[in-house]
Design a protein around this ligand. Structure first.
Ligand code: 6PG
Length: 634
C-alpha cells in the first residue's frame, strides 16, 4: 500500500486530512512535526524560521521511518515538505510506494485559517516565508483545500484509486456471484476475483463487473496480487470455492500477498476438521481464518442467507458486521448470523444443519412416495395436503415440496420424470462420521444418508425388483391414514432435530466450543434450508436448558400424543411394501431412548464370552467390571 505524504504549507490542513485519510485506509498516522529535535521546536516557537541545516537530521529520521512504515504495510505522514530537495530526501522507498498529496489554497484562504487556529506554535506572519519557500511538486495529487474536509477526502480517495474495497470475494460460481450482488446491494464496497483458466474460465470477474456496471461500481480481477492490493486493511477475503483441496490451493496462492491480521473466510461447505487444521496453520502465520457455514442456496445467498461463522472473536469483530449486513433477518429483525464459536465450530454447525436437512428431505420424500403409491394419490392432491400441513409446520422444505409436486411438464408431472437416484456432496455422511467418532446415536440422519446411497444403486434395484417380484399394496385410503401420517411426520421431524442437536451438545463439550443452542436455532430461523416453525420454538426451548430435546416437558407431551401414530405408520407402510427408513429410524430411536431396559445386556454377555471384555452388573455400582467363565457355567 505504501506511504502517503500529505504536504503543504502550515494551515493547509495536513494533520486533519492526514488523520482522516489514515482512518479511511486503515493506516497509522504520523505528524512530521513530532519528529523535530527539541532545538527545532524551540526555534519555531520563538518565531525564527528553520534553515535547511536545521532540517537535515529531521528529514533523515523521517526517511528512515518511511522505509520502516512501508515495510510494515504503510502509513500516512503529514509533512510540509515544501522544497523539492526535502522531498527528494524523503523519497527513501521506490516511487510506486510513495504517494504525494499536495494540499493547496490561495494565500488569503490559508491566512484566514491560521488566524482562527489556537494553541499552535506557528505564527501567521511566517506564512509569507512558507509561500516563498514552497516549490510546488509537478507529481502526486494536487488538492484544493478551500472546501469541506469531507469533500477533500472524497477527492483524494477518488484520485488515489486507493484500495477501498471492504471485502474481496474469490470464486464467481453461482453462490459467489449471488453473495457478491448481495454485498453490493448493501452498499458494501467489494472486489471480486475469479481464476483464469484458458478455454474454460476466462474473464469471469471482468465480465461479471461489466454485466452489473449499470447498477454497481466495483472491481474484478483475475490476477491475485492486484486483487489483494485493491482491499483495505486488514484484508477481508471471502472464499467461495469448492470445498476440499481447492480451498488449500487458493490459500497457498494468496499467502504471499497477505499480511499479519488479514482475514480469510471460507464460505464453502468445508469439513470442520479441515477448518480446524487451516485455522491453526494460518494462526501461526498471523492470518485469521474463519470457517463460515452459509445456508440458503442461490436465492438465500442473493437475498439473505443464514450465516454460521466460526473462528477467533477478534476476527469476527472485523468480518462480522459485513456478514450481518447481508444475512437474513430473524422475526425481530436481528441478523441470522452470529459468532458460533472458535476454529471449526461454524463448519461443524453447517455440517449438522445439512445432516438435519438430509433427514427432513428424506422424511418428506418417503411420506410423499407412500401417499402417492399406497393411496394412489395424485401429486397435486398431495401438494394440497402438504400445503395444509405447512400452515402449522411452516417448514421451508415442505413448502418447496408443494411447488415441486405441482410442477407439470407437458401433461405429466415433472416429479415422475426425475430419476430416483439421489446425489450427495458429503455433509450428511460427515455428520454420521462425526457421530460415530463421538459415540452419539444419529439414527435418522444416518438413515437418510444410507437411503441416498441405496437410491444410487438404481440398476441393481431394478434387477432385484425383477427377481423378488415384490408388489406394493396400493389399496390404502388417504382419508383414513392422513391424520396419523401427519402426526408421524411431525414426531419424526422432532426426533430428527433432537438427534441432530444431541450431536451438537456432545461436540460442543468435546471441542470446548461452548455452543449456544438457542442462538444457533435463531440463526436457523430464516435464510437457511431447515427454517421452520419448529426452529422458532427451539430458540425458546434452548434458552431454558441445553438438555436433550426429548427431555423437555412440552416436547414429551407432544411426542406421547403422537408416538402411536408414528409406530402405526411405520408398521402399515412396511407391511404395504414401502421402505420408510427415516420414519422407522425415528420410531426405533424413540423406543430405545425411552426404554430403561434394552437388549445391550446380551451384547455385553457375548463380548465377555468370546473376548473377556467384561461387563457391569445391575446389582453393583457403575464402573465396576466383571468377567465370567461362561463355559464352566453351562
Ligand atoms: C444449504 C445447503 C447447501 C448444500 C445443498 C446440497 O444449506 O444451502 O445445505 O449447502 O450444498 O443442500 O447438498 P448435497 O449435495 O449434499 O445434497
Amino acid at each position: 500500500m505504501g506511504v502517503y505524504i500529505v504536504m503543504g504549507v502550515s494551515g493547509s490542513g495536513k494533520t486533519t486530512i492526514g488523520k482522516l485519510l489514515a482512518k479511511k485506509l486503515n493506516l497509522t498516522f504520523y505528524d512530521a512535526d513530532d519528529f523535530h529535535p527539541p532545538e527545532n521546536v524551540e526555534k519555531m516557537k520563538s518565531g525564527r524560521p528553520l534553515q535547511d541545516e536545521d532540517r537535515k537530521g529531521w528529514l533523515a529520521v523521517l526517511a528512515e521511518n518511511i522505509q520502516k512504515w512501508d515495510k510494515n504495510g504503510g502509513a500516512v505522514l503529514a509533512c510540509s515538505a515544501l522544497k523539492e530537495k526535502y522531498r527528494k530526501q524523503l523519497t527513501s522507498v521506490p516511487e510506486e510506494d510513495l504517494n504525494w498529496i499536495f494540499l493547496w489554497a490561495d494565500f488569503e484562504v490559508i491566512l484566514e485559517r491560521l488566524k482562527v487556529r489556537k494553541g499552535h506554535y506557528f505564527k501567521p506572519e511566517m506564512l509569507t516565508s512558507q509561500f516563498e519557500t514552497l516549490e510546488e511538486p509537478d507529481y502526486g495529487l494536487r488538492i484544493n483545500v478551500n472546501t469541506s474536509e469531507g469533500n477533500i477526502l472524497k477527492e483524494i480517495m477518488a484520485k488515489l484509486k486507493a484500495p477501498e474495497a471492504e471485502i474481496g470475494l474469490i470464486g464467481l460460481g453461482v453462490m459467489g456471484k449471488s453473495l457478491a450482488l448481495n454485498l453490493l446491494s448493501k452498499n458494501i464496497n467489494i472486489s471480486v476475483f475469479n481464476r483464469h483458466v484458458p478455454g474454460q474460465e476466462e474473464d469471469i470477474a471482468k465480465n461479471f463487473v461489466q454485466e452489473n456496471a449499470e447498477k454497481y461500481t466495483f472491481q474484478g480481477f483475475d490476477y491475485l496480487k492486484e486483487f489483494v492490493s485493491s482491499l483495505n486493511r486488514p484484508r477481508k477475503i471471502l472464499l467461495m470455492v469448492n470445498a476440499g483441496t481447492a480451498v488449500d490451493t487458493v490459500i497457498e496462492s494468496l499467502l504471499p500477498f497477505l499480511e499479519k491480521d488479514d482475514i480469510i473466510t471460507d464460505g464453502g461447505n468445508s469439513h470442520y476438521k479441515d477448518t480446524l487444521r487451516r485455522e491453526k496453520t494460518l494462526k501461526e502465520q498471523g492470518i485469521h481464518f474463519i470457517g463460515c457455514g452459509i445456508s440458503g442456496g442461490e436465492e438465500g445467498a442473493l437475498k439473505g442467507p443464514s450465516i454460521m461463522p466460526g473462528g477467533s472473536l477478534e476476527a469476527y469483530k472485523q468480518i462480522g458486521p459485513i456478514l450481518e449486513k447481508i444475512a437474513a433477518k430473524d422475526k425481530t429483525g436481528n441478523p441470522c448470523c452470529t459468532h458460533i464459536g472458535p476454529d471449526g465450530a461454524g463448519h461443524f454447525i453447517k455440517m449438522l444443519h445439512n445432516g438435519i436437512e438430509y433427514g427432513e428431505m428424506q422424511l418428506i420424500s418417503e411420506i410423499y412416495h407412500y401417499l402417492r403409491f399406497y393411496t394412489n394419490t395424485n401429486p397435486e392432491v398431495i401438494a394440497d395436503l402438504f400445503e395444509i400441513w405447512n400452515k402449522e409446520k411452516k417448514s421451508y422444505l415442505l413448502e418447496i415440496s408443494v411447488d415441486i409436486l405441482r410442477k407439470k411438464e407437458n401433461e405429466g408431472f415433472l416429479i415422475d420424470k426425475i430419476l430416483d437416484a439421489a446425489k450427495q456432496k458429503g455433509t450428511g455422511g460427515w455428520s454420521t462420521n462425526a457421530a460415530l467418532e463421538l459415540g452419539v446415536p444419529l439414527d435418522t440422519i444416518t438413515a437418510s444418508v444410507l437411503a441416498r446411497n441405496i437410491s444410487g444403486m438404481k440398476e441393481v434395484r431394478v434387477e432385484a425388483s425383477n427377481l423378488y417380484k415384490n408388489t406394493n399394496n396400493q389399496n390404502g385410503n388417504l382419508e383414513e391414514i392422513k391424520d396419523e401420517l401427519f402426526q408421524a411426520y411431525e414426531t419424526a421431524s422432532l426426533i430428527n432435530h433432537a438427534i441432530g442437536y444431541d450431536l451438537l451438545r456432545v461436540a460442543s463439550s468435546e471441542y470446548n466450543w461452548n455452543l449456544n443452542l438457542s442462538e444457533i436455532s435463531r440463526v436457523w430461523t430464516n435464510g437457511c434450508i431447515i427454517r421452520s416453525g419448529l426452529m422458532e420454538d427451539l430458540v425458546n426451548i434452548f434458552k431454558d436448558s441445553n438438555n436433550h430435546l426429548l427431555l423437555n416437558k412440552n416436547i414429551i407431551s407432544e411426542i406421547k400424543g403422537n408416538q402411536a401414530s408414528l409406530v402405526k405408520t411405520v408398521g402399515v407402510s412396511l407391511q404395504a411394501g414401502f421402505a420408510v427408513p427415516v420414519l422407522s429410524a425415528a420410531a426405533n430411536y424413540l423406543l430405545n431412548f425411552t426404554s430403561s431396559q434394552n437388549s445391550a445386556n446380551m451384547v455385553q454377555a457375548q463380548r465377555d464370552y468370546f473376548g473377556a471384555h467384561t461387563y457391569e452388573r445391575t446389582d453393583k455400582p457403575r464402573g465396576e467390571f466383571f468377567h465370567t467363565q461362561w463355559k464352566n457355567n453351562s
